[in-house]
Design a protein around this ligand. Structure first.
Ligand code: 5AD
Ligand code: SF4
Length: 449
């Protein structure tokens, strides 16, 4: 989401006539887009800013964007007086105006929104860095207020775009050659059509049925708003990827309650059973936090058993990190870092065991892969499956003889010959779908008569 925000910011700046350069050394204006979801984000930001400043000398302008900007506000000017613009993501729609003031010589510009803003940041000028996978933010902000999380304070209240505006953006990027569309939102499935036309599942299907679309992904879903029709939509629509990222955070109902997640272990497992009952093999992945205040050994054990029960295809596990302004900061029973680290290790080891075994189900199956690049040392193509797994494959009989090197962005059917804990290995089972090669169009030519 942070990376896609940058794509929108870059597009907005280019539209204003700014030219993007390769690195900081060449730049007159350095914009630093920050994230504060975990760790010592604020400290890191000041450290990095100091480094830029030291290496750059005088004469450059600095801006701090994103969640640290929203969180720290004008304090940033005190700690780093050479910064001239501080703007949280909820005010990016005002960037053209703020940039104009910066150009006019204003020294300190602040773009901070209170939580109540209703506006979203939409721009048709997004400068997309991937020519094949196009991100579309369909919902911004969050109203869930999980006890550990800074997002509701930094990204404002939940607000959705209309289905019409999402579909127009999707059509536009499909016209540009994008074949994969990924919907983004802090809680993407909490999306509600302000025009009342479509449900989230219907929006997925509508985009999945646009001519030219090969894949639709969405991240991140929240269990509270995960409805059965999403699974039905995936089952019925081949272009919807067979992958759901549904963060559980903890396997213990007591910890979930303390986290204010508003569901129990059983409630979550019921959603898992819907996904597992689907006709398609839908891959499930999750985020988890270990060492939340008060998490006992028994609570943690419930997270480990949940991982075994669900059999996730990937788990992103984090040590609890106290974030400013959140209720969890003041909670008693904080867990020592060594215990957090040990729990993280145990959880990751268990998950690795599961993946080692669970990935075996793909052996000898044919999966369609989008080509992402090449490993020339191994003579392999690097692809990604609909389930979002990395697949390293050789072209075999569809390679040399035909002289085919599948272009990045094309789709190749691959027979899986080996499964590893984190990836699959295979051999092409057919020619690349060359028609699907996306074309990144740049208006850098002219035809004269
Ligand atoms: N400490 C640790 N992990 C966190 N996450 C969010 N906030 C925190 C925090 N304070 C994790 C959650 C979320 C993912 C994006 O980051 O697991 O799903
Ligand atoms: Fe943070 Fe919870 Fe909102 Fe996710 S749902 S962004 S974890 S507050």
């Amino acid at each position: 989401m942070n990376a896609h925000d940058s794509e929108k910011v870059v597009g907005t700046l280019e539209r204003q006539g700014y030219a993007r350069v390769e690195d900081e050394a060449e730049a007159g204006l350095i914009l630093y887009n920050t994230c504060s979801i975990r760790d010592k984000a604020e400290q890191k930001v000041f450290h990095r800013l100091n480094e830029y400043k030291r290496l750059q000398g005088e004469g450059k302008k600095f801006a701090v964007l994103g969640c640290v900007a929203q969180q720290e506000g004008e304090k940033i000017f005190e700690k780093a007086p050479y910064v001239s613009l501080v703007a949280g993501s909820a005010s990016y729609r005002n960037l053209p105006e703020m940039l104009a003031r910066l150009e006019a010589g204003e020294q300190r510009i602040t773009g901070l929104d209170d939580r109540q803003t209703d506006l979203t940041f939409e721009t048709e000028f997004t400068s997309r860095s991937n020519p094949h996978r196009g991100y579309i933010t369909i919902i911004e902000g969050c109203d869930k207020f999980c006890a550990y999380c800074v997002v509701p304070y930094t990204r404002g209240k939940e607000r959705s775009r209309t289905s019409a505006s999402v579909l127009v953006e999707a059509r536009r990027i499909v016209d540009l050659g994008y074949t994969e569309i990924q919907f983004l939102g802090q809680n993407v499935n909490s999306w509600r059509d302000p025009s009342g036309r479509m449900s989230f599942a219907e929006l997925l299907v509508a985009v999945g049925e646009l001519p030219g679309v090969k894949r639709v992904r969405f991240t991140t879903s929240h269990p509270r708003d995960f409805t059965r029709d999403i699974v039905e939509a995936i089952d019925a629509t081949p272009t919807l990827c067979d992958h759901v990222h549904l963060p559980v955070q903890s396997g213990s109902t007591a910890v979930l309650k303390a986290m204010q997640r508003e569901y129990t272990r059983e409630w979550y497992l019921e959603r898992m059973s819907w996904i597992k009952a689907a006709k398609r093999d839908i891959s499930i992945t999750s985020d988890m936090i270990v060492g939340f205040p008060g998490e006992s050994d028994e609570d943690f054990e419930e997270t480990v058993t949940l991982v075994g029960e669900v059999k996730y295809d990937a788990v992103f596990a984090f040590k609890f990190s106290p974030r400013p302004n959140t209720p969890a900061v003041t909670m008693a029973d904080s867990i020592p870092d060594e215990v957090k680290a040990e729990r993280l290790r145990i959880l990751n080891d268990r998950q690795r065991e599961i993946q080692r075994e669970h990935y075996g189900r793909h052996l000898h199956k044919v999966v369609e892969c989008m080509v992402e690049g090449y490993n020339s040392a191994r003579g392999q193509v690097i692809g990604r499956s609909s389930q979002n797994k990395t697949v390293n494959f050789s072209m075999g009989e569809f390679g040399g003889e035909f002289g085919v090197q599948p272009p990045v962005g094309s789709y190749v059917p691959v027979k899986v010959t080996q499964t590893l804990p984190n990836s699959l290995v295979g051999e092409a089972a057919g020619l690349p779908d060359v028609l699907a090669i996306p074309v990144a169009r740049t208006p850098d030519f002219v035809v004269l008569n």
